[in-house]
Design a protein around this ligand. Structure first.
Ligand SMILES: Cc1cc2nc3c(=O)[nH]c(=O)nc-3n(C[C@H](O)[C@H](O)[C@H](O)COP(=O)(O)O)c2cc1C
Length: 198
């Protein structure tokens, strides 16, 4: 059985919904299982109160979740053309794993949600890939054989799934959904291929 960690941060729920769609794609592949985890908020100003661990809701990721995963999908809202601080903060806590090479040769893929079409979702996807390369992970995108990549008029890129909510934060389109599911499925198949050494 291959375990694939779907790690995300989401404030308004779009990236969370995408994480669940990607997990659906992963779980549709025999022998693969998605594990969905999120990350805590971070302090952004001295006026803010320390975030406490909620009693209910999504489970926070640990470094062990990363070590034990055979593959990884990470997702973040686009913030000023880059990933959101809580996810970056978590990634910056992975130095011990980097020293051990714990994530080397594991497949990884990225996804994001943004408000505007040309407001930095692609730069977010590309820059989210950089720390994964430092970890020696094998990056995976979405090929054009996933036909919705070419037909979508909102989100969905070869660099990874995206959702463009617009100023009214519209729900995830059918094309965007299909791309998320296809990305999860592809990650699961690649993870199994690498894990089984074939
Ligand atoms: C601080 C901040 C910065 C943002 N920067 C961008 C941006 O650069 N480009 C963009 O299109 N949307 C931007 N947004 C909008 C979010 O990316 C968008 O609402 C996203 O869908 C939120 O995802 P979530 O619902 O999972 O939290 C920003 C939002 C916040 C709060």
């Amino acid at each position: 059985m291959a375990t694939i960690l779907v790690l995300y941060y989401s404030k308004g729920g779009s990236v969370k919904e995408m994480a669940h769609l990607i997990a659906r794609g992963i779980n549709s592949v025999k022998g693969a299982e998605a594990k969905i985890r999120t990350v805590p908020e971070v302090f952004t100003s001295v006026e803010e109160k320390a975030p406490s661990i909620p009693e209910t809701g999504s489970i926070y990721a640990t470094l062990e979740d990363l070590t034990n995963a055979d593959g990884l999908a990470i997702g973040s809202p686009t913030r000023f053309g880059n990933m959101a601080s809580p996810l970056k903060y978590f990634i910056e806590s992975t130095s011990s794993l980097w020293l051990q090479g714990a994530l080397e040769n594991k497949p990884a893929t990225v996804f994001t949600s943004s408000s505007s079409l040309h407001g930095g979702n692609e730069s977010t996807l590309l820059t989210m890939q950089l720390p994964l390369l430092h970890h020696g992970m094998i990056l995976m995108g979405v090929p054009y054989s996933v036909s919705e990549i070419a037909t979508t008029s909102t989100g969905g890129t070869p660099y990874g799934a995206s959702h463009v909510g617009g100023s009214k934060n519209t729900s995830i389109s059918e094309e965007e959904k299909s791309i998320c599911i296809a990305q999860g499925k592809r990650l699961a198949n690649l993870t199994l291929t690498i894990k089984n050494g074939s």
